[in-house]
Design a protein around this ligand. Structure first.
Ligand code: FAD
Ligand code: SIN
Length: 531
């Protein structure tokens, strides 16, 4: 693999990256990179569906209100309206690409809408309980068929190419693509482009328990931060209330739609349907932060390993029809959800904060756009409403492409870029350092920066990050990069951003709950970190 030149470089082949690629490829040549396989991101794992106002009795205003209530007022109303009003068109584009959304009874009936926590109406379109898989497959098929799109898996981007990497330094802060480790050859190549779109997903794996795939190590957020872009609201880590508890299978999500279709949470020791104590009105369909904290509280208060999610009161055929994937997976593990409750625990699920972008998906850095879970667009605020994130990917992937195309003639051709310099590094003889530090970060983030926080615990985490910085920095300076090392460096940067943001927020709001500041301040402010 040698250095490449394209019109546009897109880092990430999930919902955000491929949406941008398909829109750009109408006139431009696009290179899409993925770490590992092309379907390795969270998109393929999405279960519940995509939120959109499609029901006669529903309105945009309802969806906006639900989004802002879940987001505890930290959302940017203009962004919320921008996204929600574009949802029906985004669903229509997916239908045109062949996504086989479930319909009501007859084959040509209306789309079937399911319900999830925090939504006041049924408004989630879905493909059984494996929506993400169907969306990823349809987007990939369209991209593979497009002659203007080159898909390149097995490329772990190390850093963005900035003005510092120009042969003649310009100091402009301009981004010209990215350096990526070719996972097969072990060589780092420069992928140079006039415009770059970051769509590299979230940072879930910064936590010990997460529903996100192995590669969700916050690479996009960390790369943008190191290149000079602001990030915001990184303390807003979303924990999903119902991840399967199983000794061998650590990160299998039990979709919120199970609660949407009647699933109840119970304490396995007492049998109590305990949500009545935490949110008597909305019960199991309260926003995620409330249900996750309730589950966490029950587990800690009663010394439990898990709580129970029970949908066995529904007819077996109903359960199997709505949740075929989950039903089959659980049967393989010896759990029959049509007859017995499912043991569940909360786990990290979504990164609400990220690279700050505008409605045009522009970041602070000239030449760099961003979309999807690696961004903070203003949509989610302090807590993402269920099934609003795939939607954000479609809307901002499209917005990035539109903006790049509209300003194309003003974008300069890339200058000459320096090749990656490996002259001062050798192969590592101490891979154990990477494994040790990976585990250490994920464990202290889970224990000290989890669902319920205190200033003292956050400071303990900050102290450990300072110690690890020296060790990881030293390792990075001496050894050739590997994907594990790239991810470790990014995990540490993301952990640092989360802890710094959490220490700055002296209140409890949405997903950020601290015993030292239990009140919510009257005015909502973003936590913006400036490099
Ligand atoms: P991803 O789909 O995560 O893709 C990231 C891409 O970036 C990948 O191609 C990856 O290879 C690439 N990449 C990462 N780092 C690098 C690097 N260094 N170099 C090169 N490439 C890189 N949301 C909903 O709206 N509805 C749901 O039902 C839903 N269910 C979910 C279920 C689960 C189990 C999970 C984990 C999440 C769910 N979400 C859901 C959230 C949603 O799936 C994600 O927020 C969304 O798919 C993110 O899409 P993305 O395009 O931003 O990133
Ligand atoms: C789920 O299916 O519970 C996940 C939905 C989401 O993360 O939006």
């Amino acid at each position: 693999m040698t250095d490449t030149h394209h019109d546009v470089l897109i880092i990430g082949s999930g919902a955000a990256g491929l949406t941008a690629a398909l829109a750009l490829a109408q006139t431009r040549r696009v290179l899409v990179l993925a770490k590992g396989s092309l379907d390795s991101g969270s998109t393929a794992w999405a279960q519940g569906g995509i939120a959109a106002v499609l029901d006669q009795g529903d309105t945009f205003e309802n969806h906006v209100r639900d989004t802002m209530i879940a987001g505890a007022g930290l959302n940017d109303r203009e962004t919320v309206e921008f996204v929600i009003e574009r949802a029906p068109a985004a669903i229509e584009r997916l239908r045109e690409l062949g996504v086989p959304f479930n319909r009501e009874k007859m084959e040509d009936g209306e789309l079937h809408l399911t319900r999830e926590g925090g939504h006041s109406h049924r408004r989630i379109v879905h493909v059984n309980d494996a929506t993400g898989w169907a969306v990823q497959a349809a987007l990939l098929k369209a991209a593979e068929d497009n002659p203007n799109i080159t898909l390149l898996p097995g490329q772990s981007c190390v850093d963005l190419i900035t003005a510092r990497n120009q042969r003649d330094y310009s100091g402009s802060g301009r981004i010209w693509g990215a350096y990526a480790l070719d996972e097969e050859s072990g060589k780092v190549v420069a992928h140079v482009a006039r415009a770059t779109v970051l769509a590299a997903g979230g940072a879930g794996r910064v936590y010990l328990f997460s529903t996100a795939p192995r590669g969700a190590t916050g690479d996009g957020i960390a790369m943008a931060w190191r290149a000079g872009a602001r990030v915001s609201n990184m303390e807003m880590t979303q924990f999903h209330p119902t991840c399967l508890y199983h000794l061998d299978v650590k990160n299998f999500l039990i979709t919120e739609a199970v609660r949407g279709e009647g699933g109840r949470l119970r304490n396995p020791a007492t049998g109590e349907r305990y949500m009545a104590r935490y949110d008597a009105e909305r019960m199991e369909l309260a926003p995620r932060d409330i249900v996750a904290r309730a589950n966490d509280d029950q587990i800690k208060r009663y010394g439990l390993d898990y709580v129970h999610l029970d949908i066995s009161h529904q007819p077996p055929e109903f359960v199997k029809e709505h949740f075929p994937t989950i039903h089959e997976k659980l049967l393989g593990l010896g759990i029959d959800m049509t007859k017995e409750p499912i043991p569940v625990v909360p786990a990290q699920h979504y990164t609400c904060g990220g690279i700050k972008i505008g409605l045009d998906a522009r970041t602070d850095l000239p030449g760099l756009w961003a979309a999807g879970e690696c961004t903070e667009s203003g949509l989610h605020g302090a807590n993402r409403l269920a099934s609003n994130s795939l939607l954000e990917c479609f809307v901002f992937g499209e917005a990035a492409a539109k903006d790049i195309l509209s300003c194309w003639d003003t974008l300069d051709d890339p200058p000459e870029i320096r090749a990656w310099d490996e002259s001062r590094v050798t192969d590592s003889d101490e891979e154990v350092v990477i494994k040790q530090n990976w585990t250490e970060i994920r464990r202290f983030m889970w224990n000290y920066v989890g669902i319920v926080r205190t200033t003292k615990r956050l400071e303990r985490a900050a102290h450990r990050i300072r110690l690890l910085r020296e060790e990881v920095g030293d390792y990075y300076g001496h050894f050739r990069v590997t994907t594990d090392l790239i991810e470790l460096r990014n995990l540490l940067d993301c952990a640092d951003l989360i802890v710094k943001s959490a220490l700055k927020r002296e209140e409890s709001r949405g997903l950020h709950f601290t015993l030292d500041y239990p009140e919510t301040t009257p005015v909502a402010h973003d936590t913006v970190l400036v490099p």
